[in-house]
Design a binder for this molecule. Structure first.
Ligand code: ZN
Length: 144
């Protein structure tokens, strides 16, 4: 579900959550519940649920985007991949202490997580993530 965060979708996950906790949390926070456990979706308290058919992460992402009609509202690179909080622009001077020497030299644009203070920039990893987003978008189009 990291893909969804990458695309700016608000998502929390808990691989080891107890059924009861997951159902309760989804209901309390008015969140849709995504799972590969059919029994979980049969709880009366589950208002919006989706059974993930695929086991492939990319296919699962595309499923969810279709199911909840999210394709028009994607905002890539707007959310922290670690903690789900929104990212905000950060001045280089304010975060320079968190950067590796080469990053200090080569990059000037940064975003910082409002939640956990993780710093993001368009380094080598960024390209991989962009390819991932492209792959998801292409997949969305072929299914539309
Ligand atoms: Zn964060």
């Amino acid at each position: 579900m990291r893909d969804l965060r990458l695309l700016g979708i608000d998502v929390v996950y808990d691989r080891d959550g107890e059924d009861r906790q997951l159902v309760e949390a989804a209901s309390r926070l008015n969140r849709a519940l995504l799972t590969r456990d059919r029994h979980l979706l049969m709880h009366a308290a589950v208002r919006h649920g989706h059974y993930l058919r695929s086991q492939n992460p990319l296919e699962q992402t595309v499923e969810v985007l279709h199911r909840f009609d999210l394709a028009p509202v994607l905002t890539p690179f707007s959310r922290c991949l670690l903690c789900n909080a929104p990212l905000e622009r950060a001045e280089k001077q304010k975060i320079i202490g968190q950067l590796e020497p080469l990053t200090r030299i080569y990059y000037d644009q940064f975003r910082r997580c409002a939640g956990c203070s993780q710093v993001y920039w368009s380094g080598s990893h960024f390209e991989k993530l962009q390819k991932r987003i492209e792959a998801i978008r292409n997949r969305l189009q072929t299914q539309a």
